[in-house]
Design a protein around this ligand. Structure first.
Ligand code: ZN
Length: 1085
């Protein structure tokens, strides 16, 4: 077994310089793939070899655009979702004014040297090449409802539906490809926003009338040469000039690099002084008797705080932000002070808040903070950014971002503009945190270049006032979406194409899944996001591959069987993917007959690999989405797998097979990615199916993995409902095609590792053939150059995608955070949930690249190191106990929860596929769900009241307090609901009140509660209505459907319930208190 890599403390190894406590940045998949060669691939994520019509941008997308003529006139109309009060030019500039425009020098990304000694070797490779991104054009317009043109404003375009095309849908619908309401901002401007609560409600402008059409056509900008003095990074100007096999080349390079990167975690022999004794063993010394009462009586944390921070407020004094000499608002100030309050974890037992923990509020002036990005969309592990890498290293906390970029939003400002204003140097989109030097010039908050304000940007369509560029919606909204002009396309937007691939082997038919899936698909066929161009197709497979011709004129679908699985070919390709609207009857016909067609099949073999190859070939011309349903280990043809699970070894946590056994699925996924195809895998299996290998097909193609363990329509009926509900969401949710995402940050910061499902196409460009609203991403960062003289830094994600309506759109989120110079300030702003989420992602990588026990050690060390650093460098008075800043008081608890989670736990409970699936979820889920599945919420529900309840649409939703996860908190008199994200348990105590049992469960007494009860009956009692309202409300908050298990003391599932009692000791894991003692021992060393 490899020695555990111990995060840096007191050693001079280069790994110490790494962010994130020396975690191997290079470990795991998908790790950073940085390859100079890959820059020859295009910016938009299109493969140059894509067949079909394919128009070139006039300017290479990576090249900085320049010499634009901004004198175009404006086409404006109402911008409904404008929020927030008007600000004048005195709006606090947030970027420092010192210094002249910084000319970014454009570090050329380098292929990292094989980092065999330590992970620091790749740290230089992550910086952003400037100038990456599509060019801009002048002439913008809002696509909005009609408004009239007021006197005195410049001539403007008017017509409804003006804009980029006659087919332009109205903005309230455009792109609204699924659940109605995702784009409702237009319908209720100023109404209460459910999601964008950071936007000030009620401040929408009054309806305005539409400006006039300009008399002259808006000029197109000359697509001239890049600006003189632009970044040196010049990319090939002809994207198709590359060899036709560019794509293959990329794959090969990827493989090569991956092998290099994967090599890094097999570390050089560890220095002998590594803290090997830190393993979280299972034997602990007896409690030193004094530990429980070591704090001086009467001196709890609050008082200590006063002692240690006599000059507390000075710690938080914000230097002037720009010329206005703003200081931190008092609100943020006191919050931040609270974050630094020392807490003795061994003494304070009640540290868990009784409501869902909110993200910390960055310590910014309120005028800036109110414009900041919603933490549900964009979040940083440290809301106070350390000024230097040295300071970050001292803090021993990971620096990174957690993103949920495509989340369904109830309000989303959409701008239609062919002048999308971007920094000419680094291509940042103009945002609320740029500074206006005057009306005509704005300074980029990422690279500090001073840019001209385009003429048409001078007019504000919201206020209809000329000369207020700082009030434009782009400068008032940290989250905004642009309709992209044609320059953001390398080929015309493709139609939505959906291909379904069904396992119809004997095993698959036995589960009965095909009935459920075909029925759900039939029911939702009209709700598939799309337009008149939507295409659909079906493939089934066992030991052979079956295609279905849905050609117009056929009286029924025609099945075509291909039995040569070694060299798959596509029969009649033109009739296999057909227009959904034009062939709906044939399609419905097929979905009705499909479940019966194979009921007598005795074919047990599974040719999944060849079926996927066929699917890829069929989809290659257009791209799109493949949904594959699989019920067993693939057994024949390419990609056949052998069982690797040895149940008896589950306990040992070593030699478990977390890595793929073949690179077939990864390679195929990369081929798919190159052709804009994503593959979503639905695994419905009772047996080991090697998800570690199969999952690669989704991971690298930006798909998702769904897992229904032991799915059976009769034996496991509750799974049927789960599949139905989740499949409905899957089929009808919004989808983006042909997407790429780039994350930029202020010069000096550098992104070096990405987590999530995608392929890193070039240094920082994530290729996402599909993007869905339920996917989360994370990145790790380092401070590459000191952030001297900077008061704030910014982060911007830009997601370019094709909507299911065929529009090219760009969704931009920008977040601004303060820079701090002291360790105490870094701790004060720590976001413990974001830190936990990022560490979980890093731990998955570590498990795969090294071992599970390595990952577990690293998690524990992250707690030990940060609390040690806090103790030695921030606490001025040493006191007994285990001290943590209040901001990190939940850190040990959350890490312990991770250690007990299926992904990382030891013991015999987790089956291998289940463990892998949980790892997939860690990588792919937004933080809020990751936290719930790590540290479930426990509520007492037998005494629900309306006190403090929410009122939503005439429904009263009780809000019981969240309880600690310990059996100590359970009373036999009560009933408790545990919400673990994808599963819920309702535990009924033996002496639970009779009224709850009869009024909520609808049975006469405890003894008559059925053993496998999974539904709450809808009864006409107040108790039943309250309980169901609460459970339904919890379920509505998430995109998956948690099964509710109602359990009693003798239920077989009771052990699963108890497993989630994080604070209690289990067979193979420590109690929370024991864990704290272990941490304390290490910290005090
Ligand atoms: Zn810039």
């Amino acid at each position: 077994q490899l020695p555990a890599r111990v995060p840096g403390r007191g050693s001079s190894g280069a790994a110490r310089c790494r962010p994130g406590n020396g975690w191997a940045a290079s470990s795991g998949l998908p790790g950073p793939v940085q390859n100079q060669m890959m820059h020859s691939s295009d910016a938009q994520g299109y493969n140059p070899a894509v067949p079909g019509s394919y128009s070139h941008p006039k300017v290479p997308p990576h090249q900085p655009s320049g010499q634009y003529n901004y004198s175009g006139s404006q086409n404006v109309s109402q911008f409904n979702s404008y929020q927030g009060p008007g600000q004048t030019l005195n709006r606090p500039p947030v970027a420092p004014l010192s210094g002249s425009p910084v000319q970014q020098t454009g570090p050329v990304p380098q292929v990292p040297p094989p980092a065999l000694q330590n992970s620091a070797a790749i740290s230089s490779a992550g910086s952003f090449p400037p100038g990456a991104g599509p060019p801009m054009l002048s002439n913008w317009q809002y696509s909005q409802s009609a408004v009239s043109h007021p006197a005195g404003t410049p001539p403007s375009h008017l017509a409804p539906g003006t804009g980029t095309g006659s087919a332009q849908p109205s903005p309230s619908l455009s792109g609204n490809t699924n659940p109605p309401g995702s784009y409702q901002y237009a319908a209720s401007p100023g109404g209460p926003s459910l999601h964008n609560s950071f936007m000030k409600p009620g401040s929408a402008p009054p309806p305005v009338t539409q400006p006039l059409t300009p008399l002259h056509p808006p000029p197109r900008p000359p697509l001239g040469p890049p600006p003189v003095g632009g970044p040196p990074l010049i990319r090939p100007s002809t994207l198709t000039a590359g060899p036709p096999n560019t794509h293959c080349t990329s794959s090969i390079h990827l493989k090569y690099l991956s092998s290099l990167l994967l090599a890094t975690p097999h570390p050089s022999p560890a220095p002998p002084n590594l803290k090997m004794n830190r393993n979280v063993g299972y034997s602990y010394p007896a409690l030193p008797p004094g530990y429980q009462n070591t704090s001086p009586p009467g001196a709890p944390g609050m008082q200590a705080s006063a002692l240690q921070y006599p000059d507390g407020s000075k710690h938080f004094h914000q230097p002037p932000l720009g010329t206005n000499h703003l200081t931190a608002s008092m609100g943020s100030l006191s919050l931040q002070q609270e974050g630094l309050r020392p807490v003795n974890l061994l003494q304070e037992r009640n540290i868990l808040p009784t409501t869902i923990l909110q993200a910390p509020v960055p310590n910014l002036h309120e005028d800036i903070q109110k414009l900041n990005c919603n933490p549900e969309l964009f979040r940083c592990t440290l809301t106070n950014i350390p000024q230097t890498q040295a300071l970050l290293n001292k803090a021993k906390l990971p620096l990174g971002l957690l993103l949920h970029p495509f989340k369904d939003l109830s309000q989303l400002p959409v701008v239609t503009s062919s002048t999308i204003v971007r920094c000419r140097s680094c291509r940042t989109y103009i945002n609320p945190f740029v500074s206006f030097l005057d009306q005509r010039r704005w300074k980029c908050n990422l690279c500090y270049r001073v840019n001209d304000v385009p003429e048409e940007f001078m007019y504000n369509p919201v206020t209809r006032v000329y000369g207020e560029p700082h009030k434009r919606p782009e400068v008032q909204n940290a989250t905004i979406e642009f309709m992209a002009p044609s320059e953001y396309m390398l080929r015309p937007p493709q139609p939505p194409v959906y291909l379904f691939v069904f396992d119809v082997s004997h095993n698959a038919i036995e589960t009965g899944y095909l009935n459920t899936v075909c029925k759900t698909l039939l029911d939702n066929l009209d709700l598939l996001p799309g337009n008149t161009r939507t295409k659909i197709g079906f493939i089934t497979f066992d030991s052979t591959i079956h295609f279905y011709s849905l050609q117009e004129g056929l009286s029924q679908p025609q099945m075509l069987i291909v039995s040569d699985i070694e060299d798959v070919f596509i029969p009649m390709p033109e009739n296999l993917l057909v227009n959904l609207n034009e062939n709906k009857e044939l399609i419905q016909d097929l979905l009705r007959t499909l479940p019966q067609m194979f009921t007598k099949s005795l074919e047990t073999q599974s040719a999944l690999g060849p079926a996927l190859q066929a699917a890829f070939k069929l989809m290659s011309p257009t791209g799109g989405r493949i949904s594959v349903f699989q019920t067993q280990l693939p057994s024949v043809g390419m990609g056949a797998l052998k069982s690797r699970e040895e149940p008896n070894q589950r306990a040992t946590a070593k030699d478990i097979h977390l890595t793929p056994s073949t690179d077939f699925y990864k390679k195929l996924a990369l081929d798919c990615s190159g052709q804009q195809v994503a593959v979503d895998l639905f695994l419905l299996s009772g047996q080991y199916s090697d998800l570690a290998s199969l999952g690669c097909i989704s991971r690298y193609s930006a798909g998702s993995v769904y897992y229904y363990q032991s799915y059976h329509h009769k034996h496991n009926p509750v799974q049927v409902e789960k599949l139905q509900k989740e499949l409905k969401r899957y089929l009808t949710r919004k989808i983006g095609f042909e997407a790429v995402m780039r994350i930029r940050c202020t010069k000096g910061l550098s992104i070096h590792t990405f987590h999530g499902n995608f392929f890193v196409r070039s240094t920082d460009l994530l290729s996402l053939p599909n993007v869905n609203p339920d996917a989360g991403y994370a990145v790790q960062m380092s401070v590459e150059e000191s952030l001297t003289d900077m008061q704030v830094v910014s982060f911007q994600s830009a997601l370019l995608y094709t909507s299911s309506k065929g529009e090219r759109r760009i969704r931009v989120h920008t977040m601004c955070l303060p820079v701090v110079t002291t360790l105490s300030d870094v701790y004060a702003g720590a976001d413990v949930q974001a830190i936990t989420g990022l560490l979980a992602n890093m731990a998955v990588d570590r498990s795969v690249s090294a071992t599970l026990s390595d990952a577990r050690d690293a998690l524990v060390n992250a707690v030990i190191d940060s609390l040690s650093a806090y103790r030695s460098s921030v606490l001025s008075i040493q006191q007994p106990g285990l001290m943590a800043p209040s901001s990190l008081r939940l850190f040990p608890l959350y890490v312990l929860a991770l250690l007990k989670q299926k992904a990382f736990q030891t013991g015999t409970n987790a089956r291998l596929d289940e463990r892998i699936f949980t790892m997939c979820q860690v990588k792919n889920q937004p933080l809020v769900y990751l936290m719930l599945m790590t540290h479930p919420s426990l509520y007492r529900v037998d005494n629900l009241t309306d006190e403090g309840a929410l009122n939503i649409n005439d429904r009263t939703i009780p809000q019981p307090p969240i309880l600690q996860l310990s059996v100590e908190k359970l009373s036999r008199d009560g009933a408790y609901l545990m919400d673990a994200g994808s599963v819920m348990f309702l535990w009924i105590g033996k002496n639970c009140g009779q009224s709850f049992i009869s009024q909520v469960l609808g049975v006469p007494n405890y003894g008559s509660i059925p053993q496998n009860m999974t539904h709450l009956p809808e009864l006409e009692t107040a108790e039943s209505i309250r309980t169901i309202a609460f459970v339904s409300w919890l379920r509505e908050q998430r995109p998956f459907f948690p099964i509710l298990y109602i359990i009693k003391d003798d239920s077989p599932l009771k052990s699963s319930f108890l497993q989630n009692m994080i604070e209690d000791r289990t067979e193979s894991a420590l109690s929370y208190y024991e864990f704290l003692l272990h941490i304390q021992q290490q910290v005090n060393k």
